[in-house]
Ligand binder design. Structure first.
Ligand code: ZN
Length: 86
């Protein structure tokens, strides 16, 4: 917990991702209860960008998992003649 004398009315933080200095709090930073002051270290824009990249990097994995599920269902259908939703 901060003593009020330690913090200005609108504490700011420099984002380590884009090096902009922004007022800590919504909408500049996402809330995160694990962080010391309740907000993420990186700004919301950087978090969103990182999430977008992560999602796109995982696209091949999602496509492969989908193919595998389809193959399993097809094999099941061909062996039994019954289609069962997965
Ligand atoms: Zn940033």
């Amino acid at each position: 917990m901060y003593r009020t004398s330690d913090v200005p009315d609108h504490p700011t933080r420099q984002c380590p991702g884009c090096f902009r200095t922004l007022v800590v709090g919504s909408p500049n930073f996402h809330q995160d209860s694990l962080c010391a002051d309740g907000f993420t270290r990186k700004c919301a824009d950087c978090r969103n960008e990182a999430e977008r990249i992560r999602y796109s990097l995982e696209a091949p994995q999602r496509a492969r998992a989908k193919r595998e599920r389809r193959a399993e269902r097809r094999a099941h259908f061909e062996s039994t003649g019954h289609y069962e939703a997965a």
